[in-house]
Design a protein around this ligand. Structure first.
Ligand SMILES: [Zn+2]
Length: 192
């Protein structure tokens, strides 16, 4: 996506409540004025199609042969990206806490895998998928991300549709707490 369409995507995600401005307690315990509620995007097949097309258009030159994502949200994005690329879509899930391919999913040695993720914050989930892909002898052709909240370097070609760096604070140093603004717990029913 060009800068102009990244701005369009930001506006669209804000309008749908996928990007929320307020005062939030993140799962890390830190406070932030922006929260990404990714299922407000993933629940809309038309929007997923558009976002996945933007990823697929840029990923095509990486000549991926399979799309690999992480359960649960990644499955939706991976499926639609793969549909547009004309590849299979498989996903990594945890078995007794260990990321793995289940359900008969397989990767061939040297197969070119595109790893897709909806929102990258620490990069931990993507790195788990990269490890699984490489453990199967496949090749990571690249990573595709819709929203990147930190400048994580995966060491492979990375496509990002929207950079939205997270600005977070210790509760003791949070300017919004200091201003007495009430806090929202992400994931709560109040975000619906
Ligand atoms: Zn705060």
């Amino acid at each position: 996506m060009t800068a102009a369409t990244a701005a369009d995507l930001l506006r669209e995600l804000e309008a749908r409540g996928a990007i929320l401005n307020g005062h939030f307690r993140l799962s890390s315990g830190r406070h932030s004025n922006v929260f990404v509620q990714k299922f407000r995007l993933l629940e809309d097949p038309v929007l997923v199609e558009r976002v996945a097309r933007a990823l697929a258009d840029r990923a095509r030159e990486l000549t991926p042969e399979v799309v690999v994502s992480a359960a649960v949200g990644g499955i939706i994005l991976g499926y639609e990206t793969a549909r547009q690329l004309g590849t299979l879509s498989i996903f990594v899930e945890k078995e007794q806490g260990v990321p793995t391919l289940r359900r008969g999913f397989a990767l061939r040695a040297g197969q070119r895998a595109l790893v897709v993720e909806d929102v990258v914050t620490t990069g931990g989930s993507v790195n788990e998928v990269l490890d699984v892909v490489r453990a199967h002898g496949a090749h990571v052709a690249g990573v595709g991300v819709i929203v990147r909240r930190a400048m994580v370097d995966f060491g492979v070609p990375t496509i990002t549709l929207l950079d939205l760096p997270v600005d977070s604070f210790d509760p003791e140093q949070c300017p919004q707490c200091a201003a007495g603004e009430p806090i929202t717990e992400p994931g709560s029913r109040f975000l619906r």
